[in-house]
Design a protein around this ligand. Structure first.
Ligand code: HEM
Length: 138
Protein backbone atom coordinates (compact mmCIF):
# COMPACT_ATOMS: atom_id res chain seq x y z
CA UNK A 1 0.00 0.00 0.00
CA UNK A 2 1.13 3.51 -0.78
CA UNK A 3 1.08 6.04 2.07
CA UNK A 4 -2.17 8.05 1.66
CA UNK A 5 -0.41 11.33 0.75
CA UNK A 6 0.95 9.69 -2.41
CA UNK A 7 -2.52 9.03 -3.74
CA UNK A 8 -4.26 12.12 -2.35
CA UNK A 9 -2.15 15.22 -2.88
CA UNK A 10 -4.70 17.34 -1.02
CA UNK A 11 -3.81 15.78 2.31
CA UNK A 12 -1.53 18.08 4.35
CA UNK A 13 2.12 17.53 3.46
CA UNK A 14 4.75 17.01 6.13
CA UNK A 15 6.98 20.02 6.74
CA UNK A 16 10.44 18.89 5.72
CA UNK A 17 12.29 22.19 6.18
CA UNK A 18 10.70 24.48 8.81
CA UNK A 19 9.52 27.91 7.65
CA UNK A 20 11.87 29.84 9.92
CA UNK A 21 14.81 27.99 8.36
CA UNK A 22 13.57 28.82 4.86
CA UNK A 23 13.45 32.51 5.82
CA UNK A 24 16.99 32.32 7.27
CA UNK A 25 18.25 30.52 4.17
CA UNK A 26 16.75 33.01 1.73
CA UNK A 27 17.85 36.05 3.79
CA UNK A 28 21.42 34.80 4.13
CA UNK A 29 21.66 33.75 0.48
CA UNK A 30 20.56 37.12 -0.89
CA UNK A 31 22.87 38.87 1.55
CA UNK A 32 25.72 36.95 -0.11
CA UNK A 33 24.32 37.52 -3.61
CA UNK A 34 24.18 41.27 -3.08
CA UNK A 35 27.81 41.31 -1.90
CA UNK A 36 28.99 39.24 -4.89
CA UNK A 37 30.95 41.27 -7.43
CA UNK A 38 29.27 39.71 -10.50
CA UNK A 39 25.82 38.64 -9.28
CA UNK A 40 25.19 41.62 -6.98
CA UNK A 41 24.92 44.27 -9.70
CA UNK A 42 22.70 42.04 -11.89
CA UNK A 43 20.17 41.57 -9.10
CA UNK A 44 20.35 45.15 -7.91
CA UNK A 45 19.83 46.57 -11.40
CA UNK A 46 16.93 44.25 -12.18
CA UNK A 47 15.19 44.30 -8.80
CA UNK A 48 15.93 47.92 -7.92
CA UNK A 49 13.53 49.04 -5.20
CA UNK A 50 11.47 45.82 -5.33
CA UNK A 51 13.50 43.82 -2.79
CA UNK A 52 10.61 43.89 -0.30
CA UNK A 53 8.51 42.02 -2.90
CA UNK A 54 11.30 39.71 -4.07
CA UNK A 55 12.17 38.31 -0.63
CA UNK A 56 8.69 37.07 0.42
CA UNK A 57 8.29 35.69 -3.11
CA UNK A 58 11.46 33.68 -2.61
CA UNK A 59 10.24 32.41 0.78
CA UNK A 60 7.10 31.17 -0.97
CA UNK A 61 9.13 29.68 -3.83
CA UNK A 62 11.37 27.65 -1.52
CA UNK A 63 8.47 26.60 0.67
CA UNK A 64 6.80 25.23 -2.46
CA UNK A 65 9.95 23.49 -3.68
CA UNK A 66 10.99 22.01 -0.34
CA UNK A 67 7.68 21.40 1.42
CA UNK A 68 5.30 21.23 -1.57
CA UNK A 69 3.30 24.01 0.09
CA UNK A 70 1.89 25.36 -3.17
CA UNK A 71 2.45 28.93 -1.91
CA UNK A 72 4.43 30.11 -4.93
CA UNK A 73 2.73 30.90 -8.15
CA UNK A 74 4.92 32.30 -10.87
CA UNK A 75 7.01 31.47 -13.86
CA UNK A 76 10.75 31.57 -13.12
CA UNK A 77 11.71 30.71 -16.72
CA UNK A 78 9.81 33.71 -18.03
CA UNK A 79 11.60 35.95 -15.49
CA UNK A 80 15.06 34.63 -16.33
CA UNK A 81 14.88 34.55 -20.14
CA UNK A 82 15.18 38.34 -20.47
CA UNK A 83 18.41 38.15 -18.43
CA UNK A 84 20.41 36.40 -21.17
CA UNK A 85 22.14 39.61 -22.22
CA UNK A 86 23.51 40.11 -18.66
CA UNK A 87 24.04 36.52 -17.50
CA UNK A 88 26.65 34.05 -18.78
CA UNK A 89 26.14 30.29 -18.33
CA UNK A 90 29.02 30.11 -15.83
CA UNK A 91 27.25 32.59 -13.53
CA UNK A 92 25.05 29.67 -12.50
CA UNK A 93 28.16 28.14 -10.92
CA UNK A 94 28.65 31.31 -8.84
CA UNK A 95 24.96 31.19 -7.86
CA UNK A 96 25.19 27.53 -6.83
CA UNK A 97 28.47 28.10 -4.91
CA UNK A 98 26.88 30.87 -2.83
CA UNK A 99 23.78 28.79 -2.29
CA UNK A 100 25.79 25.78 -1.10
CA UNK A 101 27.87 27.99 1.19
CA UNK A 102 24.61 29.28 2.71
CA UNK A 103 23.24 25.76 3.19
CA UNK A 104 26.42 24.59 4.88
CA UNK A 105 26.16 27.45 7.38
CA UNK A 106 22.59 26.56 8.34
CA UNK A 107 21.77 22.87 7.83
CA UNK A 108 23.08 19.43 8.62
CA UNK A 109 24.56 17.34 5.80
CA UNK A 110 21.38 15.48 4.98
CA UNK A 111 19.37 18.67 4.51
CA UNK A 112 22.25 20.34 2.64
CA UNK A 113 22.18 17.53 0.09
CA UNK A 114 18.37 17.47 -0.14
CA UNK A 115 18.09 21.24 -0.72
CA UNK A 116 21.15 21.55 -2.94
CA UNK A 117 19.94 18.81 -5.25
CA UNK A 118 16.68 20.72 -5.81
CA UNK A 119 18.60 23.93 -6.52
CA UNK A 120 20.95 22.19 -8.96
CA UNK A 121 18.06 20.74 -10.94
CA UNK A 122 16.26 24.06 -11.19
CA UNK A 123 19.50 25.85 -12.10
CA UNK A 124 20.09 23.31 -14.85
CA UNK A 125 16.64 23.75 -16.29
CA UNK A 126 16.80 27.57 -16.15
CA UNK A 127 20.22 27.53 -17.74
CA UNK A 128 19.07 25.19 -20.53
CA UNK A 129 16.03 27.37 -21.13
CA UNK A 130 18.18 30.49 -21.28
CA UNK A 131 21.18 29.31 -23.29
CA UNK A 132 20.34 26.17 -25.23
CA UNK A 133 19.08 27.11 -28.63
CA UNK A 134 18.98 24.05 -30.90
CA UNK A 135 18.18 26.20 -33.95
CA UNK A 136 21.50 28.05 -33.54
CA UNK A 137 23.46 24.78 -33.94
CA UNK A 138 22.27 23.94 -37.44
C1 HEM B 1 23.06 33.15 -12.54
C2 HEM B 1 21.97 32.73 -11.93
C3 HEM B 1 20.75 33.59 -11.64
C4 HEM B 1 20.55 34.92 -11.80
C5 HEM B 1 21.53 35.98 -12.32
C6 HEM B 1 19.19 35.20 -11.40
C7 HEM B 1 18.61 36.45 -11.38
C8 HEM B 1 17.31 36.73 -11.02
C9 HEM B 1 16.70 38.04 -11.05
C10 HEM B 1 17.40 39.32 -11.49
C11 HEM B 1 15.42 37.89 -10.66
C12 HEM B 1 14.36 38.99 -10.55
C13 HEM B 1 13.56 39.03 -11.83
C14 HEM B 1 12.47 40.10 -11.79
O1 HEM B 1 11.84 40.29 -10.74
O2 HEM B 1 12.24 40.71 -12.83
C15 HEM B 1 15.21 36.49 -10.35
C16 HEM B 1 14.03 35.96 -9.91
C17 HEM B 1 13.88 34.66 -9.50
N1 HEM B 1 14.85 33.69 -9.48
FE1 HEM B 1 16.70 33.86 -10.25
N2 HEM B 1 18.60 34.05 -10.97
C18 HEM B 1 19.51 33.03 -11.09
C19 HEM B 1 19.33 31.70 -10.76
C20 HEM B 1 18.22 31.19 -10.13
C21 HEM B 1 18.08 29.84 -9.67
C22 HEM B 1 19.16 28.75 -9.81
C23 HEM B 1 16.84 29.75 -9.10
C24 HEM B 1 16.18 28.58 -8.43
C25 HEM B 1 16.84 27.55 -7.90
C26 HEM B 1 16.20 31.05 -9.24
C27 HEM B 1 14.92 31.33 -8.82
C28 HEM B 1 14.29 32.53 -9.01
C29 HEM B 1 12.89 32.77 -8.72
C30 HEM B 1 11.88 31.74 -8.19
C31 HEM B 1 12.62 34.10 -9.04
C32 HEM B 1 11.28 34.84 -8.91
C33 HEM B 1 10.50 34.69 -10.23
C34 HEM B 1 9.16 35.41 -10.10
O3 HEM B 1 9.13 36.64 -10.17
O4 HEM B 1 8.14 34.71 -9.90
N3 HEM B 1 17.07 31.90 -9.85
N4 HEM B 1 16.38 35.80 -10.58
Amino acid sequence: MYPPEEVNPRLPRPIIIPNDMIVKMVDRFYEKVREHSILGPIFDTKIGDRWSEHMPKMYRFWSSVLNSSGLYSGNPMQKHKPLTDKVKPEYFTHWLDLFRETLEELFDNKDVEFIFEKAERIAQSLSLGMFYNPAAQR
